[in-house]
Design a protein around this ligand. Structure first.
Ligand SMILES: C[S@@+](CC[C@H](N)C(=O)[O-])C[C@H]1O[C@@H](n2cnc3c(N)ncnc32)[C@H](O)[C@@H]1O
Length: 290
């Protein structure tokens, strides 16, 4: 553990008084970030539980004011195209309740409200910096701080839950998936859009990994901490495959449909919660409903 002695370190990422000095080289096991070692970006991506929660919150707090612009540059606008594609065929109706988990600056909520003005939309995020940014852009919007793994809402609260480019940051992926399904009403839908370890032909996979690991940190260097983006790259490459995420959602009683964008650079998983709730399922909680 290194005490912060100046307001900014080489990489600029801090953890509540602990300086986190990312290294691009191997050799720093970082299970808890409480020892004298420093994580590589890959080690940070592999964290779980509280250390990951703290890490992710601090990272996005720092990125919040510039997040949308940087995202546009590093993805060459692709992430916005994928978001639009993933959210455009949902046939939403006025009065439906929507929760956007990992809402960031609130792009998804604003997009959905423009398409269907009568929606009741809430945004949830781990990062107070992101919540403040969303609220600044959308003073009428409803945003609250929280963790996908413990959503402070009763079950069956929403018709639609969205989680966009967030699932690979979940500190507790299984608990988070279980919560996303819990707060959906029976028959409600979850839209999970994310970038996963690239699929498709080998040259495309190699290009994608090169782009993430080398081109992206170089591109952002003039504007932001390249080490933060090294983490984002590693979090994509370390993510569960989309098919595995879909399988886990099926295990929670959902029907799933998986759609690939740009040769598998991103996937949308559309999961529909079963209308029949099994009494034997301890996650279900409520009565059987059709
Ligand atoms: C890559 S950003 C994406 C933001 C937004 N969904 C978008 O499409 O631009 C990921 C967001 O998820 C939030 N996040 C990560 N893990 C979370 C968790 N466990 N619970 C809630 N929010 C989380 C981060 O704070 C960050 O704002």
């Amino acid at each position: 553990m290194t005490e912060i002695k100046s307001p900014r370190t080489a990489c600029g990422l801090f953890h509540r008084g602990i300086e986190v000095d990312f290294r691009q080289s191997e050799g720093h096991p970082c299970a808890t970030m409480t020892d004298a070692t420093s994580p590589t970006a890959a080690q940070a991506a592999a964290l779980r539980g509280e250390p990951k929660r703290v890490f992710v919150r601090d990272l996005f707090d720092r990125l919040a004011p510039r997040y949308d612009r940087l995202n546009l540059v590093i993805s060459l606008g692709q992430t916005t195209l994928w978001r639009r594609a993933a959210l455009s065929d949902l046939d939403l109706r006025s009065g439906q309740r929507v929760l956007d988990v990992g809402c960031g600056t609130g792009w998804t909520g604003r997009f959905l409200r423009d398409r269907c003005p009568g929606l009741e939309i809430e945004g949830l995020d781990l990062s107070p910096g992101m919540i403040a940014e969303a609220q600044r852009r959308d003073p009428q919007g409803r945003y609250f701080e929280g963790d996908a793994a413990a959503i402070a809402r009763p079950e069956a609260s929403y018709d639609l839950v969205t989680t966009i480019y967030t699932s690979r940051n979940f500190p507790d992926p299984d608990r988070a998936l279980s919560e996303l399904v819990r707060v959906l009403r029976p028959g409600g839908r979850l839209v999970l859009l994310d970038t996963f370890p690239p699929g498709g032909p080998a040259p495309w996979r190699a290009f994608h990994a090169f782009w993430l690991r080398h081109a992206v940190p170089a591109l952002v260097r003039p504007f932001a901490d390249p080490n933060a983006f090294a983490y984002l790259a590693e979090s994509i490459l370390a993510h569960l495959p989309a098919a595995e995420m879909a399988r886990r959602l099926e295990g929670l009683g959902c029907e799933t449909e998986v759609r690939a964008y740009s040769l598998g650079a991103a996937y949308r998983i559309l999961a529909t919660k079963s209308r029949i709730v099994s009494r034997a399922d301890p996650r279900a909680g409520g009565p059987t409903s059709l």
